[in-house]
Design a protein around this ligand. Sequence first.
Ligand code: HEM
Length: 437
Amino acid sequence: MSMRQLFKVYGHTFQSKSWTSATIYTIEPRNLQAIFATDFTSWGVQPMRLFAFKPFVGKGIMCADGTFWEQSRALIKPTFARAQIADLHLAAYAVHVEKLFDLLPRDGATVDLQPLFSRLALDSSTEFLFGESVGSLSPNTISLDAKSFLKAYDYGQMVVGRRLHLPQWNFLTRDKKFWDSCRIAREFVDSYIEKGQHIVDQAKKGNEAPKRYILAHELIKETGDPDNIRNQLLNIFLPAHEAVGAALTNVFFNLARSPNVYTKLHQEIVAAANDQAPWTFERLKSLRYLQYVINETFRLNPAIGTDTRMALQDTILPTGGGPSGTSPIFVKRRDIVTMSFYALHRRQDLFGDDANVFRPERWETLRPVHWSYLTFGGGPRVCPGQQLALTEVGYTIVKIMETFKGIENRDPVKGFIEVYKITTTSQNGAKVALLPA
Ligand code: HEM
């Protein structure tokens, strides 16, 4: 049974118990508010994630709580704050979008956009994090080092997923390929930190302002600890490199099934593009229907569909318990809560009877109930890449719309079949034909 069906059968909050601990599943906005914000310190990720993640990406923002997490967050904050509003970031991103265009058929042939968007996200995130793109959209020029890093990262990520479910005394995963993958990933990032150190030193001497924001370089300026820099970069690579690709795939999955929405958005973009000015962060934000299409996709198909926390101490969830289903719930230390943004965003009592329908127009009047629309999470741990991701997604859609006037679905399966990895992706990708203007 899918997570959404489970919530249909058992209600908005239910519990499954093993002999040691309980897992509570909830899509109640008040519970999510407590976990993400008002009772933030009672909840964490470290006891669940550190064992699984540490050999691969080291201790960093994704697998820490408390002071270490606070320090990690403070370390990356200035770069994200500067980069997200900087059109420098957009200029660097645009180069990768141009490479994507080399791979898009112009003759109405069927193309699965999913692997292409995933390579786009990979290329742009490696440039933003490490200072150089792995160049996966140019398969003939991709370096051997980058290839072996990507292979190692893929494998390592898969084993981390497995380790999340292993008993923690199983500290020796007897898998040489895993330990080799950990080493290859570390060495790859270390080489960029060394290069970055040189670039930062040179820039200091010449008093040069940065031409673009590179996370590795900014971290080098802020801390002299190369191990911490490497671990943080590997940690951030985890959510950074797949989510934008998944989000873009989901947008085009929906547009292909609603060609009238494509046409309406195309008209908005063509009208706005008439003045020939370059696309900037502000200009993208001013395109209202574009924002509705993105919001609506993120509502129906959030790129990260679930999130999990462990109780770090005994605490209480405000609602979902007792015979009425509205009493507070006592939660014991070490109990786990799984939240499904995917199921939450499809609740008919929150988003209307047509909550399962892709209808961007609803955003003309929709003001989601507090803590019911959580594509990027919320509270102190909210996704720091939110604005970057929105800019990248918006820009890519606009560039495709400028070149293609229509879209056709080429997938016989109409519904969205969700596959849960770190991201929630479409099992069948987004098989479409793009129709040239
Ligand atoms: C559409 C694309 C994206 C979506 C939907 C998304 C969504 C999320 C969500 C739901 C979380 C979990 C928040 C929580 O557990 O409370 C998260 C965390 C995070 N995201 Fe994103 N994300 C996206 C893109 C990015 C990008 C592009 C980056 C970096 C360049 C990024 C970096 C991070 C980091 C570092 C965290 C961990 C924050 C922490 O634990 O303090 N994300 N993201």
